[in-house]
Ligand binder design. Structure first.
Ligand code: GDP
Ligand code: MG
Length: 301
């Protein structure tokens, strides 16, 4: 590592917010060059804030991925998700507000209102530019959005196609405050392996199932032990009723089996061990609107 004087080292919290599905978690994975945050084209994929730490020779950017803010569902689960976002805004050094190219929705406007009092610099990131068919539309869009707020920077990117991600890193790093690093330079996240095991299973389920069910599913890890170089993981998938249970299991267990196989591959990649995964489906009535049940499933801390 290069010698860097303490007064030249920059470090801070960089929170990514935006409405569901704009690509926040995909961006976090790109920024880190590694998949830690689960993604899908369905809202509610990200339920917890998640820290991803990127350390360079003279900087440490502590990125926080957050659940998408929305106002459609008002149950206990969504109150939890909104609280996750609001808490992460209380210690932000740089804010990334993400929107989708050529779209400015009512929820985007509400989020901008929400951050109006925040003192931290705000970078507006316009994602999914790979989807734009008519390139000439982008510049007028950038101009009209730039006029809405005093952004420190406005940057069009494609998280999926890795476009302009290094430029974004440079802008973020230039806005970080002078501070010694807050985490060891080899630490990637603040979550443990059990968390990722559960999340990888939930991702595969969300991607496989229809639109409603993902909201009703939660995953917990009952066992996580390394024996003779093999990780033995036991997972429980929680649903709200018996009909949901049979959908998740699938005919002859085919859904649960393929979910398990795909999740296992992600786990082996992250944990660096062979994984032996067993999964069961259990029913807990009405858990998405039951505070006690949410606590039991690890949502309220
Ligand atoms: N075309 C395109 N799709 C993207 C891009 N970034 C993310 N997506 C997709 O948008 C969906 C939502 O992404 P996700 O990261 O889960 O969004 P989040 O809810 O904001 O965290 C997923 O299907 C992603 O693959 C992008 O740059 N271009
Ligand atoms: Mg997400």
């Amino acid at each position: 590592m290069v010698e860097v004087k303490q007064e030249d080292f920059c470090c801070g919290y960089v929170t990514i917010i935006g409405r569901p599905n704009v690509g926040k978690s995909t961006l976090l994975n790109r920024l880190l060059g590694q998949k830690i945050s689960i993604t899908s084209n369905k809202p509610q994929t990200t339920r917890w804030h998640l820290t991803g730490i990127e350390t360079g020779d003279d900087y440490q950017a502590i990125y926080i991925d957050t659940p998408g803010l929305q106002d459609k569902y008002k149950n206990a689960m969504n109150r939890h998700m909104t609280r996750e976002v609001m808490n992460s805004l209380s210690y932000v050094d740089v804010l990334i507000l993400m929107i989708e190219s050529l779209q400015w929705k009512d929820m985007d406007r509400q989020i901008l209102k929400l951050i109006a009092d925040i003192k931290a610099p705000v970078i507006l990131v316009i994602n999914k530019i790979d989807k734009i068919k008519n390139r000439e539309q982008l510049l007028p869009f950038i101009e009209s959005i730039s006029a809405k707020w005093d952004f420190s920077a406005v940057l069009p990117v494609s998280a999926r196609k890795n476009k302009n991600i290094n430029e974004l890193k440079k802008i973020v790093n230039s806005l970080l405050p002078v501070s010694p690093p807050l985490f060891p330079d080899d630490q990637l996240t603040d979550r443990n392996e059990r968390f990722f095991a559960a999340e990888f299973i939930r991702e595969k389920l969300i991607r496989k199932l229809g639109d409603e069910l993902p909201y009703r599913i939660s995953v917990t890890i009952e066992q996580f032990v390394l024996k003779e170089n093999i990780l033995h993981i036991h997972a429980l998938v929680w649903v709200e009723g018996n009909s949901q249970k049979s959908i998740v299991i699938g005919h002859n267990g085919h859904i649960l089996k393929s979910v398990g196989e795909q999740a296992r591959k992600d786990m082996e990649k992250m944990f660096g061990h062979k994984v032996f995964l067993r999964t069961w489906v259990k029913v807990m009535k009405n858990w998405t609107d039951d505070i006690k049940a949410l606590k039991q499933l690890g949502y309220e801390r």
